[in-house]
Write a protein that binds this ligand. Sequence first.
Ligand SMILES: [Zn+2]
Length: 168
Amino acid sequence: MLDRMADIRTVVVGCMDSRVVPEEVLGIGAGEAQVLRVSGGRVTPEVLAGIVASAVLFDLHEVVVMHHTDCAMSKWTESGLRAEIERVSGAPCDMEFPAYADADAALADDVEAVIRSPHLSPDLTVSGLRYDVDTATLHTVVAPIRRGRGGAANPRAGAEPVRGTAVD
Ligand SMILES: [Zn+2]
């Protein structure tokens, strides 16, 4: 069992949206990758902890962050979502929600969050993809970049990363 698990080389971060199943979109079979699904596919501290844990347990080579179009997290502000939850539930809400307005910036920020972690290998590559739910197509927004020394990377979409090496 442990030997099989040791073959895992990829972590995929995806949204919990029921329309976008990372295993189907990326063709991942059982035992082939770790898949973390959260609101918006955002790299929250808990998601990053999952990535770091996977890197320690497995010979991790790559992290793929996959957002998608028409995501609920891109339609709400965090305060607006809290207010709606309070309205519906009648209870005060101080939970954190990774809402975003700029889709490209959110994806670049999530890639950057992985790159900045001091607990990951310099050889790890990180990429940012966006799945279009209307056309059922996958688009590369942040091409795979090698983490390198990390810490100062700023892989904004359409811009050269400050650090990290582009990988074809
Ligand atoms: Zn979503």
